[in-house]
Design a protein around this ligand. Structure first.
Ligand code: ATP
Ligand code: MG
Ligand code: MG
Ligand code: MG
Length: 438
């Protein structure tokens, strides 16, 4: 018999064929005449119904166990499922003790509950859907950049600079070495990367469009719903960029790239119905509003009577402010531009608008999450770079061009398009303070 993935069993062409499938039992109903089970193998949300004569029952067969089934695929008399597998043989490949198994048959478990079992949550519909979407979205990000002429650069994980200057570094040394002295492994203090941007900027000196997409590390104290100690960031850098609009155009279409192929994604959706196709399509059809930081502060101050998070010009936006602004702008993504220079990293381009002193820096705020992405035009004028970062300054001496880029948190992106409240539910193995399970 042909070995099929469960999703392939639903293709019409297979009806009447003798096949075998392997997977895990998602439901189990022994009746007088027949046994009914559903088998899922992670290939899609669908589970295949298997019917077997009651005599085939095996004490090891039950919810959660791994099986191989051989039989004939038949059209099903029930409208809910187009095909079913009439079993000729069933083998229990791996038994499952139902008492210890944390998921119970027919129960709908919350994301918080299944998160306690990192090693088993991929066996739930909710999390396996998420993993398929995450994988598709990853591929969509790469194909978007490839199709738009970007070069993929593998930026290093170990770096000797604090790109963001936000002081959220993890320092790295082999066990037993003293940190940051002559005897240390690299002879200089080194850290896990907090951003690939400086390395992308290096490459953008020869390739006008570059991107990277990899793990990023920040020692966040926060127990927030949108911060992890290890997350994945999509970063792009574009040379010969004169204006923020050059940047936001790419930014918006990159945002839409993974989300727009909803024929794929909707087949996997199991999570919150909040942000399903219509909302997302609607969001992508509109142009994203652009407001300045100064306008944003005005909006927030005008609304301060109904809103308990006061702010003032010069303060960074808190998550609550960002979510409020998104709602205020019609609950679609919004670009906020021209932040105070002091709030953004040293490399953001100075707008030279004394006395306000802002930078050509932009954040993209999205529903449900707030800040999804941050970017800027980079300061290409050597004399204006006050900070002295050896090679960074050199980059401005040999054929420097106006350029800009952005970094987009991939987990926050998934949170936004799927309406998932907690970032820990969109990554297979979440790392945060006091937690590095598995
Ligand atoms: P925040 O203000 O939320 O702490 P940030 O301004 O420090 O974010 P950036 O340095 O602008 O973050 O990084 C670019 C993007 O990376 C952010 O817009 C966000 O989507 C994502 N990001 C940053 N820190 C984290 C984190 N700890 N966990 C998950 N994603 C993150
Ligand atoms: Mg931060
Ligand atoms: Mg921020
Ligand atoms: Mg930011």
């Amino acid at each position: 018999p042909t070995k099929l993935r469960v999703s392939e069993a639903f293709l019409d062409a297979q009806v009447g064929e003798k096949v075998r499938i392997q997977g895990w039992v998602r439901s189990f109903r022994p009746q007088k005449q027949n046994l009914f089970l559903h088998v899922n193998d992670g290939s899609s949300l669908k589970s295949l119904q298997v019917i077997a004569p009651a005599a085939m029952n095996d004490p090891l067969l039950g919810f959660g166990c791994a099986v191989e089934v051989r039989g004939i695929l038949k059209k099903s008399p029930h409208s809910k499922q187009p095909v079913e597998l009439e079993a000729e043989q069933i083998w229990v490949i791996g038994e499952c003790n139902p008492v210890d198994f944390p998921f119970k048959i027919k129960e709908r478990h919350s994301l918080e509950y299944i998160r306690q079992f990192l090693h088993l949550r991929c066996r739930t519909n909710a999390f396996s859907s998420l993993l398929r979407i995450r994988s598709e979205a990853t591929a969509a990000v790469h194909s978007y950049f490839k199709n738009n002429g970007f070069l993929l650069v593998h930026t290093p994980t170990i770096t000797s600079n604090d790109c963001e200057g936000a002081g959220e570094l993890f320092q790295v040394e082999p066990p037993g070495t003293t940190f940051a002295n002559e005897g240390s492994f690299f002879s200089v203090p080194v850290y896990l990367t907090v951003s690939g941007q400086l390395h992308l900027e290096v490459m953008s000196g020869a390739f006008p469009r570059v991107y990277t997409f990899g793990p990023t590390f920040r020692a966040e104290n926060s127990q927030s719903r949108r911060h992890l100690a290890e997350f994945f960031m999509v970063e792009a850098e574009i040379s010969f960029t004169e204006s923020i609009e050059d940047l936001t155009k790419v930014w918006k279409s990159a945002f839409g790239a993974a989300a727009s192929d909803f024929t794929i994604i909707s087949a996997y959706i199991f999570l919150s119905p909040l942000h399903l196709k219509d909302t997302l399509d609607d969001m992508l059809r509109k142009s994203f509003p652009v407001i300045t930081y100064t306008e944003a502060i005005d909006i927030l101050k005008r609304s301060s009577e109904t809103f308990t998070f006061p702010t003032d010009w010069g303060c960074d936006l808190m998550t609550e402010h960002e979510k409020f602004l998104v709602k205020h702008c019609g609950n679609i993504p919004v670009f906020v531009t021209d932040y105070p220079h002091d709030l953004k990293p040293f490399y953001a381009r100075d707008n030279q608008d004394h006395p306000k002193h802002t930078a050509a820096a932009v954040d993209l705020l999205v529903p449900g999450v707030g800040e999804l992405s941050g970017g800027s035009l980079r300061e290409e004028r050597l004399d204006l770079l006050r900070s002295r970062l050896g090679e960074y300054l050199d980059l401005r001496r040999f054929g420097s061009v106006p350029h800009g880029g952005f970094g987009l948190g991939f987990e926050r992106y998934l949170q936004c398009i799927l309406g998932v409240d907690n970032i820990k539910d969109v990554i297979p193995f979440p790392r945060f303070s006091h937690s590095c399970l598995l």
